[in-house]
Design a protein around this ligand. Structure first.
Ligand SMILES: NC(=O)c1ccc[n+]([C@@H]2O[C@H](COP(=O)([O-])OP(=O)(O)OC[C@H]3O[C@@H](n4cnc5c(N)ncnc54)[C@H](OP(=O)(O)O)[C@@H]3O)[C@@H](O)[C@H]2O)c1
Length: 312
């Protein structure tokens, strides 16, 4: 694979002023996001994770416009989100809209965002791959059994499965504990972790502004007091921030961290954190504190509710 994904920029936090203020807790000007994109290119971070619904439908358009303006070489990670049952042509129609928004004729990585009607959706994705509109195929929010099925379908078509994109963070390691991460490693499949900062909760609690997520998750945050202490100690030892500890934790595990970045400093921090490897002792202490906390913010399979039941 010619895609060197050491870390990926998430775009779900990009969007309108109203969305920024109401959902993300603050608004960041477009000019700052463009600066962040330029900084990211300088730092060698060129992969952007996108989806039709990110930023309430605005993130993809913003990316297309900003990519053209900033003129960088970007790698596009996009998705088809099957909220409803498969209908012939649904993926093609959606990808065509995406490409118009990206102002491009192909996407680099295309993920089936949910394990709905896997055979049918993947068959259409394979068609688009064969037409050159998709360079690599991935799956997202799939469990082990669904991953095996997807790999089997792609194997039969002679196409490698590029990656699995699931929720993973220091406090949400179920996909590692149940063997999915090892399976990916053994099969040369990339594992991308989404929300490795748990939407901002795995950042420094000292002086943190209350986010909408923070308000919802107050009880969970209180459980993380001891974990924060360990994260702060590790951060001090490496002269990095608490957020970077959460990012480096994933990188040390071989998980590609996808982080919501809207500002140049966040991009600089992510690029540095992705190169840091924590020691075995530090990893052990972080995991012990995370497990003892019992904190569960989103859970590994949070979107399962959105997968329609299989037809009998
Ligand atoms: N495949 C899927 O089903 C799926 C689902 C969800 C998300 N995703 C992907 O994962 C990405 C990440 O998720 P997310 O953006 O929701 O959450 P996230 O990356 O876990 O957290 C973003 C939050 O962390 C803050 N932040 C970012 N970098 C920081 C740093 N260096 N120091 C301190 N704080 C920092 C941001 O602050 P500001 O508010 O100041 O910007 C924002 O509040 C999404 O953008 C999307 O691409 C995929």
């Amino acid at each position: 694979m010619d895609i060197n994904a050491k870390a990926v920029i998430g775009t779900n936090s990009w969007g309108s002023k109203a969305y920024g203020k109401a959902v993300r807790g603050s608004y960041v000007e477009d000019s700052v996001i463009k600066e962040a994109m330029k900084e990211a290119s300088e730092q060698g971070l060129v992969i952007y994770d996108l989806a039709r619904d990110y930023g309430l439908g605005k993130a993809q358009k913003m990316f297309g416009e900003f990519a053209e303006e900033t003129g960088g070489e970007y790698i596009i990670s996009a998705k088809y989100t099957p909220f409803s049952r498969y209908k012939r042509g649904c993926v093609r129609k959606s990808l065509e809209k995406d490409l118009a928004e990206f102002r491009r004729s192909y996407v680099d990585i295309y993920w089936l965002h949910l394990p709905t009607d896997i055979e049918e959706h993947l068959a259409e994705i394979i068609e688009l791959y064969n037409e050159g509109k998709i360079r690599y195929i991935g799956i997202s929010n799939f469990n082990m059994e669904e991953c095996l099925l997807a790999k089997n379908i792609l194997d039969r078509a002679g196409i490698p499965l590029y990656g699995v994109q699931n929720h993973y963070s220091l406090i949400s390691r179920e996909w590692e504990k149940n063997g999915l991460l090892d399976w990916c490693r053994e099969n040369g499949i990339s594992f991308w972790g989404w929300a490795v900062l748990e939407e901002g909760l795995l950042t420094d609690p000292r002086g943190r502004k209350t986010s909408p997520m923070g308000l919802l998750m107050g009880r969970q945050i209180r459980k993380m007091h001891e974990l924060y202490k360990v994260m702060i100690a590790v951060a001090k030892r490496h002269d990095i921030t608490v957020a970077q500890v959460a990012q480096s934790y994933c990188a040390t595990k071989g998980v590609v961290p996808i982080c919501g970045c809207r500002k140049p400093e966040q991009v600089r921090q992510l690029a540095k954190a992705a190169d840091i490897r924590l020691t075995r002792g530090e990893m052990g202490k972080l995991e012990e504190a995370a497990d003892k906390s019992g904190a569960k913010v989103m859970g590994p399979d949070i979107f399962r509710f959105a997968v329609p039941k299989k037809r009998k």
